[in-house]
Design a binder for this molecule. Structure first.
Ligand code: GLU
Length: 310
């Protein structure tokens, strides 16, 4: 009997320039997790932040293809999903789980923090305004518009989940932003709605996002969307640059084009990424099919990989 297809994994790059080795390594892992578990693999461009250069998405997809990464169905643009994002906010608002916030970053820093609140949590300044106070606050910040925040239920303020790589993982939940004052939908809301719309049940991404996951799980529950254990999470170690900080483009030749210009072709980059994951011997040429046969999440390196340009 053919293996039943179980849900889908995805890669969801933000179109902010070419993908670097860290992004490519995460994409390769997301592909391996999905393909070795009989899942579809879907591609979504997270282009909600208008400050980003949407033109770079095409280049990113070309680089993924050159590496051998393929995906099922059309590429989804997050900016095409606005109706679903707004519907989710309306659903939360109907349950009195949304409020307007007129605070600036400076207001938030200046406000005394609420007792027992996690560090950096929103202090709740705008949480309990009357209709009249709300109208006055709106007027006071015009022409700026208020942001929308989640009225996070107190009972769920310590979120934990079991990550396939990190194990038991926790993250603080506060009244986080759902829609910014400029109308942009916040990442945490968009990612939850889009993953559900796309039938994603396996989220593989960099471990810098692990602490956001409890917020996303809370939204899944409040919206009645699939949530763990139906949805599984794997937060994979990042690639670090020579200074020990997260790899960035300022670290030099870190994209496929840069590396090619320095004499390292795509096959060599694939070999290097495979080696960094313990899936190939140094310098061994590999195909993605070979990597699939060798991939075992239990043996995934738990430490970040430091990239040193030679
Ligand atoms: N767009 C995010 C990034 O490029 C990834 C979001 C996610 O995978 O949930 O870092």
């Amino acid at each position: 009997m053919p293996e039943r297809r179980a849900g889908a994994g995805r890669y969801a790059p933000s179109p902010s320039g070419d993908l670097h080795l860290g992004n490519l390594r995460t994409a390769l892992l997301a592909w391996l997790f999905a393909r070795t578990t009989g899942r579809d693999f879907l591609m979504r461009i997270e282009d909600l932040d208008r400050a980003r250069d949407a033109g770079s998405a095409e280049h990113q997809l070309t680089d993924l293809t050159r590496l051998g990464i393929d995906w099922d169905g059309p590429v989804i643009l997050q900016s095409d999903c606005a109706a679903a994002h707004e519907a989710a906010i309306a659903q939360l608002a109907a349950a009195d789980l949304v409020y307007e916030c007129t605070c600036t970053r400076k207001d938030i820093l200046a406000a005394p923090s609420a007792p027992h609140a996690p560090p950096g949590a929103y202090p709740g300044t705008c949480r309990n305004r009357t209709a009249a106070e709300r109208a006055a606050a709106r007027l006071a910040i015009a022409p700026r518009l208020p942001a929308l925040r989640l009225r996070a239920p107190a009972a769920v303020n310590t979120g934990g989940f079991t990550d396939l790589v990190l194990g038991e993982t926790r993250g603080d939940i506060d009244d986080f932003v759902l829609r910014r004052g400029d109308g942009t939908i916040a990442y945490n809301l968009a990612v939850v709605v889009d993953d559900a719309e796309m039938g994603i049940d396996q989220v593989v991404r960099g471990d810098d996002l692990a602490s956001s996951t409890p917020r996303q799980i809370l939204l899944q529950r409040l919206l009645g969307l699939p949530t763990p254990p139906t949805v599984q999470y794997a937060h994979v170690p990042l690639v670090l640059g020579p200074t020990g900080a997260r790899l960035a483009k300022r670290d030099g030749a870190v994209t496929l084009s840069d590396l090619a210009a320095g004499g390292m072709d795509t096959a060599a980059v694939r070999a290097l990424l495979a080696q960094s994951l313990g899936l190939a011997a140094p310098g061994e040429a590999v195909t993605l099919q070979q990597l699939m046969a060798r991939f075992d999440p239990a043996h995934l390196p738990r430490e970040p990989w430091t990239w040193q340009a030679s």
